[in-house]
Design a protein around this ligand. Structure first.
Ligand SMILES: Nc1nc2c(ncn2[C@@H]2O[C@H](COP(=O)(O)OP(=O)(O)O)[C@@H](O)[C@H]2O)c(=O)[nH]1
Ligand SMILES: [Mg+2]
Length: 317
């Protein structure tokens, strides 16, 4: 058979299912992505500032105001702020949940409960929607995909409350620890502090994101290793622009010079941002659904089943 005829048969038998990736992509892009982040840590550690630095626009006023003429308020309750970011036609719907600083009181017992409850409530709401008979084809997802945990830059060690809270949080959400205001530590202090924190996490058996699974290929395992070697990210945030070498950069100006937030020699802000918005965005979302939500879901469904099983025997008595 002539080569041209073979070509024609090939052309005619073309079904077109290879466009499915484009179809899926088109649909996903149209719908956009939902990414929900919660920030946890003591008041004044720079949570609001860092979030604003990462996502470039003023999502949360660091003094807790939504408009400049509102009176200054501290975060006293858990409340999400929504924002849509569009980059190259891709919509990212971002929910940032700011939490009231905790650990500020004399008695800090159970002060983390509202945060854990908030995270579980989102799982619970999702499960309820999932179980509804005529469920929506697309469920609005408010489950928290990532928890940025702010560590005080003492240079010593984690506080007992950090250990307790990170342990509790790690059971329900992807926890990513960061050393806040890293500009207050010298380079040696920072490295030693990071090392110390990693040892303490191991010592206290706190297993943080990323998790290796059997499905991971070599590339993913390697990527996870690099993340582990960077955690906790030592970060500096700033909402101000300063001029360095004639160029405007986000930075903090001191008497002795400028900390350029986006300079990788100064801090690990860029690495954290890449991790959150590029390399691990999809994985954070997936891990939330497959590990944290799944664990919650099976527990709830089991409890529900036990309840229904217990009911007939109770009635018979
Ligand atoms: N030195 C230093 N100060 C910071 C940094 N990030 C924020 N701050 C300052 O710390 C104060 C509290 O910041 P804010 O974001 O409101 O803290 P939050 O209570 O954790 O939300 C503000 O005056 C910020 O300008 C940082 O990385 N380094
Ligand atoms: Mg704040």
């Amino acid at each position: 058979m002539a080569a041209a005829a073979v070509e024609e048969i090939r052309a005619n038998s073309y079904v077109g299912f290879d466009t499915i990736t484009q179809q899926i992509e088109h649909k996903l892009l149209k719908r956009g992505f939902q990414f929900n982040v919660i920030v946890v840590g003591q008041t004044g550690l720079g949570k609001s500032t860092l979030i604003n630095t990462i996502f470039a626009s003023h999502l949360i006023d660091s003094k807790g105001r939504m408009a400049p003429d509102e009176p200054v308020r501290q975060t006293t309750e858990i409340h999400p702020v929504s924002h849509v970011i569009v980059e190259n036609g891709v919509r990212l719907r971002l929910n940032i949940v700011d939490t009231p600083g905790y650990g500020d009181q004399i008695n800090n017992e159970n002060c983390w409960d509202p945060i854990i409850k908030y995270i579980k409530d989102q799982h619970s709401a999702y499960l309820r929607k999932e179980l509804t008979a005529q469920r929506d084809r697309h469920i609005q997802d408010t489950r928290i995909h990532c928890c940025l945990y702010f560590i005080n830059p003492t240079g010593h060690s984690l506080r007992p409350i950090d250990v307790i809270v990170m342990k509790k949080l790690s059971e329900v959400v992807n926890v990513v620890p960061v050393i806040a205001k890293a500009d207050s530590l010298t380079v040696e202090e920072r490295d030693a502090f990071k090392q110390r924190i990693r040892e303490e996490l191991v010592y206290h058996n706190i297993r943080l994101y990323p998790f290796d699974t059997e499905e991971n290929d070599e590339e993913e395992i390697e990527l996870n290793e690099t993340i582990r070697s960077m955690i906790p990210f030592a970060v500096v945030g700033s909402e101000r622009t300063v001029i360095v070498d004639g160029k405007p950069v986000r930075g903090r100006k001191n008497r002795w010079g400028v900390v350029n937030v986006e300079d990788e020699r100064h801090c690990e802000f860029v690495q954290l941002r890449n991790f959150l918005t590029r390399s691990h965005l999809q994985d954070l979302i997936e891990t939330t659904a497959q590990i944290h939500y799944e664990a919650f879901r099976s527990k709830q469904l089991l409890a529900l089943k036990e309840q229904t099983n217990a009911r007939p025997s109770a009635a018979a008595q």
